[in-house]
Write a protein that binds this ligand. Structure first.
Ligand code: NAD
Length: 362
């Protein structure tokens, strides 16, 4: 049996802790379904800065290029905050996205029934929530040129960032959104700022054209400011949201809090070859690192996405998601989602229980 090659990039802080658990869960799912994995660990982020002086070593990038998928933890922390921008740990994830052309960033926000009281919104607003933000990941104002800060003759400074999208870039991310909507509730909401930005005028025109190719999927358009409001007011309205890099960054973080904790949110970064880098949405959480308090569910749910999108094994993905649901139904809670009457556990014990449930243990 040939093994899937998985690059494991735990990074820093709780990235290390949650990745241990997500890898165990993936192995357990593989054991149950007869799928073999070959895991290879590599340095990235602050750990790589310390070891070799740069956040994304060549070997790490080469390993990803030679792998079917990657499991990424999180990078960064106060220890490296003083480094120049290009040497900061956060460059690792930006570099991976750009070098591997990971243009499609998928961020689902799903409410597990037992956690409905952990959300900051009323239960009736979030019960049954299941939306997917499809964020473009390699373009927009985060990568456009020119950019920079310059000193003006009068002594003041001037900063420039450039928002850029081409028709093919918009088209390919919209197509990802429509394809995913087809196997969900068949609704795409394209988010832009068409009333102000030329970029968004092009975005909306292309989105409308792509929409004609998917007559079975309902397309709507929404301004980003309204989308931010509707996410809080009536999140159940949404199925698939497709948007650019910056709007998606902000909206997906807002969507993440609907589910109760950022420790629940998984994400996928996909390119056109089928390679995917799977990661929790959260960062390295320096405030709780090393204390066995991190919620591993975001990282575990990212392995379900790996099974679904890279391996095309919906059965394995369903089994991992069901194992998480079962652990929550049994009352297992890390501190971030703890409510009185439930069982407070650490990162490792939550991982242990999910591994048992994936493996089919009672
Ligand atoms: P963060 O996501 O690390 O933490 C925000 C808050 O959420 C903290 O209170 C933290 O304890 C809590 N939290 C996060 N994940 C959790 C989990 N799994 N379980 C329980 N609680 C959790 O964001 P931050 O504090 O703004 O950033 C800390 C560092 O992480 C910074 O250096 C930042 O640059 C980096 N960061 C990295 C990534 C990434 O690697 N993709 C993403 C965001 C932030």
């Amino acid at each position: 049996m040939s093994a899937y090659k998985v690059a494991v990039l735990p990074g820093d802080g709780i990235g290390q802790e949650v990745t241990v658990q997500s890898r165990r869960v993936l192995e357990a799912a593989g054991g149950r379904f007869g799928v073999a994995f070959r895991f290879t660990e590599a340095l990235c982020g602050g750990a790589a800065c310390d070891a070799v002086g740069e956040p994304l070593p060549r070997e790490t990038l080469d390993l990803c290029r030679a792998s079917d998928a990657g499991l990424f933890g999180a990078v960064g922390g106060p220890k490296w905050d003083g480094l120049p921008k290009e040497k900061r740990p956060e460059q690792a994830i930006l570099g991976l996205r750009k070098s591997l052309n990971l243009f499609a960033n998928l961020r689902p926000a799903v409410m597990f029934g037992p956690l409905v009281d952990a959300s900051s919104l009323k239960p009736e607003v979030v019960r049954g929530l299941d939306l997917l933000v499809v964020r473009e990941g390699v373009g927009d104002i985060y990568f456009g040129q020119p950019r920079g800060i310059e000193r003006l003759p009068d002594g003041n400074e001037r900063a420039v960032d450039t928002m850029v999208y081409t028709t093919p870039e918009i088209r390919r991310i919209l197509k990802v959104g429509f394809e995913l909507a087809r196997v969900r509730r068949k609704r795409v909401c394209s988010v832009d700022k068409e009333n102000v930005l030329d970029n968004s005028r092009l975005w909306r025109r292309v989105a409308t054209g792509v929409g004609r190719e998917y007559p079975d999927v309902e397309l709507s358009h929404m301004y980003v400011d309204n989308a931010a409001m509707q996410l809080i007011r009536n999140p159940l309205h949404f199925d698939v949201i497709v948007t650019g890099n910056m709007f998606g960054d902000i909206l997906s973080d807002a969507a993440s809090m609907l589910t109760g904790s950022i420790g629940m949110l998984a994400s996928a970064n996909l390119n056109e070859t089928g390679f995917g880098l799977y990661e929790p949405v959260h960062g390295t959480a320096p405030d709780i690192m090393g204390q066995d308090k991190a919620n591993p569910i975001a990282a575990v749910m990212s392995t379900a996405m790996l099974c679904r999108y890279t391996l095309k094994r919906a059965d394995m993905a369903d089994a991992i998601e069901a194992a998480v649901a079962r652990a929550l139904e049994e009352g297992y809670r890390t501190p971030d989602i703890f409510t009185p009457g439930t069982k407070r556990v650490g990162c490792k014990e939550m991982g242990d229980r999910i591994v048992q449930c994936v493996g089919g243990s009672k």
